[in-house]
Design a protein around this ligand. Structure first.
Ligand code: GLU
Length: 443
């Protein structure tokens, strides 16, 4: 019989092997903590050394991206693709363009993606990629040139049945378009190698809204389980990008009142609610302006702007992270709890620090982890792959219904695997164990 794993020893080895990758270690620790008992009590997992194998990416590619800026100066960035795990399907996961992006960040994201994709019920492995390219303040022409150069290299490693990238922070419909065009030009094929494409050239209906819609379907299930309803609940959503946009719309439709959104510059409080088409559309306009500030929303709609402060000081019933990893820390969690928060949903990947999650668990309030709550985005990406493969396009209703079903099944998986002795649902543990089992069994 193979030796059982010891958490501390295993994590110490992993840290030694992956120096200076704190986010990857954080993500791995959260998962390993949740699944270690399952692994240790399952002989086939022990004999097959599953833990050692599941924390190692199958392949990491790093490449040079050279491009010319508007001043005709040469710029050099570093591009990556982390192909983490293909046990249950082709690598699938977004591309992130962000200043100072590191391989450690992409490894955490690729690792998370593996379990998230498994939870969606669809056959997709986990991957992630991107570049340390900062889109803020870049002209449209610069973005086009960067995307073309990036894809010229990336296209060697991807394919519709091999690895299917999509968007993430800094990569939206426009960037996907520029990259898809370049892929087509080089490979002479129209096989849907990227998801999140435009509606007229292979994109799935509901894909832009999917992450936010899915997050609110999941949240609604959590509230129903607690014999509660979204009606009349106040809500804050960090960020103001594509994910926040979908979230705010669906939250409004389900009867909640979103009163705050945020940006790197501070947060906006709109006591009337962010609840009209004009306001939703303006969020997209703000994002498209490429300036990465939320303040203009306050000017336009007569709302209050609080400069340089975190959105978590706003008292709300439901708090949602929809911006960045580790954006909500232990102190923020304490502030939210002191102000009476009832539910916290992570819509960004690893939006909360371990200290914050511990606070929510201690207070026994429902906390939804990113890999469950935000899985709707990649789920509809999976549906986009299916539509591309059969050269068909499904109706918005059909996609939305499937998304709804998938989110319900993720919620149920969390209940099944995450129920503790006192009846409290530990969604973190539930999502990790459920996501892990399928991948481990396939491996
Ligand atoms: N970047 C998104 C995520 O974190 C979507 C990935 C995709 O659609 O492939 O899940």
């Amino acid at each position: 019989m193979a030796n059982k794993y010891k958490l501390d020893e295993f994590m110490a080895d992993l840290e030694k092997k992956n120096p200076a990758q704190p986010e990857f270690i954080q993500a791995a620790k959260e998962v390993v903590e949740s699944i270690i008992d399952v692994v240790n009590s399952t002989p086939k997992y022990l004999e097959n050394k599953i833990l050692d194998r599941i924390v190692e990416p199958e392949r990491v590619v790093s490449f040079k991206v050279e491009w010319e800026d508007d001043k005709h100066e040469i710029q050099v960035n570093r591009g990556y693709r982390v192909q983490f795990n293909s046990a249950i399907g082709p690598y699938k996961g977004g591309l992130r363009f962000a200043k100072n992006l590191t391989l450690g960040t992409l490894k955490f994201l690729g690792f998370e993606q593996t379990f998230k994709n498994s939870l969606t019920t669809l056959p997709m492995g986990g991957g992630k990629g991107g570049a340390d390219f900062d889109p803020v303040g870049k002209s449209n022409a610069e973005i086009l040139r960067f995307c073309r150069s990036f894809m010229t290299e990336l296209q060697k490693y991807i394919g519709p049945d091999t690895d299917v990238p999509a968007g993430d922070l800094g990569v939206g419909g426009r960037e996907i378009g520029y990259m898809y065009g370049q892929y087509k030009r080089i490979r002479q094929e129209n096989t849907g190698v990227l998801t999140g494409k435009g509606q007229t050239w292979g994109g799935s209906r509901i894909r832009p809204e999917a992450t936010g819609f899915g997050a609110m379907y999941f949240t609604n299930e959590v509230l129903k389980l607690n014999r509660d309803s979204m009606k009349g609940k106040t809500m804050s959503v960090s960020g103001f990008g594509n994910v926040a946009w979908g979230t705010v719309q669906k939250a409004t439709e389900l009867g909640a009142k979103v009163i705050a959104i945020s940006g790197p510059d501070g947060y906006v409080i709109d006591e009337n609610g962010i609840n009209t088409k004009e306001k939703f559309d303006y969020m997209l306009e703000l994002r498209a302006s490429n300036k990465n500030v939320v303040e203009p929303y306050a000017e336009k709609f007569g709302a209050k702007f609080v400069k340089g402060k975190k959105i978590w000081e706003v008292p709300v019933d439901i708090a949602c992270t929809a911006a960045l990893q580790n954006e909500l820390n232990g102190d923020d969690a304490k502030t939210l709890l002191k102000n009476g928060v009832k539910y916290v949903m992570e819509i960004s990947n690893m939006g909360c620090t371990p200290e914050a999650i511990a606070e929510f668990h201690k207070a026994k309030i429902p906390f939804g982890p990113g890999k469950a709550v935000n899985a709707g985005g990649v789920a509809v990406s999976g549906l986009e792959m299916s539509q591309n493969a059969e050269h068909l396009r499904w109706s918005a209703n059909e996609v939305d219904e499937k998304l709804h079903e998938i989110m319900k099944s993720i919620f149920e998986a969390c209940l099944r695997e995450g129920k503790e002795k006192d009846g409290y649902i530990n969604y973190v543990k539930g999502a990790n164990i459920a996501g892990f089992r399928k991948v481990a069994d396939a491996m």
